[in-house]
Design a binder for this molecule. Structure first.
Ligand SMILES: [Zn+2]
Length: 435
């Protein structure tokens, strides 16, 4: 998990943001009834960790980007997947002058237009073997993929697994993957599940609060074990789900804690030590195979499999409709006046729909700076996105649903974008209306 970045917005913008907050866009239908996932053997997950530890020990004590230990980790995971019937791809990128690798593994079959992904970063920091961060996630995702092969699972959705490089340098590998996916391929992603640190020695049970369906799937699983969960805050936006979320893909994941301190209330419900960090070896040389809580690793590995089995069942019918779009790039002045991009709508009768789909693709290096509105032909504004001081991710690529039933359909609709904070810039790449 990478360190956090915070920026202060001008007071005026914060006041406006608080006043005008509206709901986030809807994402997925509930999945159909799914076969139950198998138990993921802890011993198998542990065996992968032992291998990753040996790799680190043999390569200068780490598995960091650009080092031999990272490439050996990739080779280990890839060999397992190739032997299990996966179609694997090594995606190369460069960062800090060194070559990095993302390992992508596709399980044959399933609807190619509905892809469920599960991933974890495989690199460590240079100061240690990175067994909890993030051998734990990598090993659990690997063992889940091998369980899919053992079961010869034939899910409705297409299943894809990923191991990211250079996460510790700033989500470099996962960003590279998302940014290099064609828009059509991106739109096929039904969900991305992220697992970064799921074996912390003084473990907590945290669930990402992004996509509600994914979140509930994890919560249901832990409720079934009578294990209470909390919403994940410490790593919000600091792991490989962030580029997917920025691209409008429904995301979710699990986490057992890093340098934050466990409270006495948390120790009461989860066990462990109050007043001590969840992982006191976070990003250090003691993050070895001795730095793992087996109960947490076991429960979270089973939860990974449960989510993959549950969320890969069933497909949703893609929405139909008439699309009006504008792909002209419009620059957004930094901390300046609002700009607009127009879409003329013709040939419609009556009013616009109550579930008008507004798809936007805005490139920007700090999406929290942006306020985005839809302007109807008569000038009525519909707030799509507010600014946010903590949202440091790139780009706004999302589909919003607007009740525009009081608006005449035909006429010139506008997307209005305003950057309310200095330093980061961007442009409207394209946007569209689906009637
Ligand atoms: Zn990590």
């Amino acid at each position: 998990m990478r360190p956090a970045r915070r920026r202060l917005l001008p007071a005026a913008a914060l006041a406006v943001a608080a006043l005008l907050a509206t709901a986030a866009p809807a994402v997925q239908a509930a999945p159909t009834a799914a076969a139950a996932a198998p138990d993921i053997p802890l011993a198998n997950v542990r065996a992968h960790l032992t291998q990753l530890q040996s790799i680190a020990t043999a390569n200068g004590g780490n598995r960091a980007h650009g080092r031999a230990g990272y490439k050996a980790s990739v080779d280990y995971v890839k060999a397992k997947l190739d032997a299990a019937g996966y179609t694997t791809t090594l995606q190369q990128f460069t960062s800090g002058g060194a070559t990095g690798y993302n390992l992508i593994a596709d399980w044959p079959g399933g609807d190619p237009n509905q892809v469920l992904m599960a991933g974890s970063h495989l690199d460590s920091v240079s100061s240690g073997a990175g067994i909890n961060d993030n051998g734990s996630g990598s090993a659990a995702v690997l063992e889940t993929a091998l369980a899919v092969s053992r079961a010869q699972l034939a899910p409705d959705k297409h299943l894809r697994f990923a191991w990211w490089g250079a996460e510790e340098l700033g989500l470099v590998g996962s960003k590279y993957y998302v940014n290099n996916l064609a828009t059509a391929e991106r739109s096929k992603l039904a969900g991305y599940l992220n697992f970064d640190m799921i074996g912390s020695p003084n473990a907590g049970y945290f669930v990402y609060d992004d996509d509600p369906v994914i979140e509930q799937t994890f919560k249901n699983y832990f409720a079934g074990l009578s294990v209470p969960t909390e919403i994940e805050t410490e790593g919000d936006g600091r792991s490989d789900h962030a580029p997917f979320k920025s691209a409008g893909v429904p995301v979710g994941g699990l986490f057992t804690g890093a340098s934050n301190t466990k409270s006495s209330a948390q120790a009461q419900k989860w066990g462990g030590t109050a007043g001590q960090s969840f992982d006191r070896c976070y990003h250090s040389s003691c993050d070895t195979t001795a730095n793992i809580n087996d109960t947490a690793l076991d429960r979270n590995s089973d939860a990974v499999a449960h989510a993959v089995w549950t969320l890969s069942a069933g497909t949703v019918t893609p929405p139909t409709g008439t699309v009006f779009s504008n792909a002209d790039n419009v620059s957004v002045p930094d901390s300046g006046a609002a700009v607009t991009s127009s879409v003329p709508v013709t040939g419609r009768t009556g009013n616009a729909p109550s579930a008008l789909k507004v798809g936007v693709d805005i490139k920007h290096t700090y999406r929290g700076d942006l306020v985005v509105d839809l302007l109807a032909p008569d000038g009525t504004a519909y707030r799509l996105k507010n600014s946010s001081s903590s949202d440091s991710a790139d780009n706004v690529i999302a589909t919003y649903t607007v009740n525009a039933s009081s608006e005449t359909a035909n006429g010139t609709w506008k997307l209005q974008v305003r950057d309310v904070a200095a330093q980061d810039t961007g442009y409207i790449d394209s946007w569209q209306l689906t009637f």
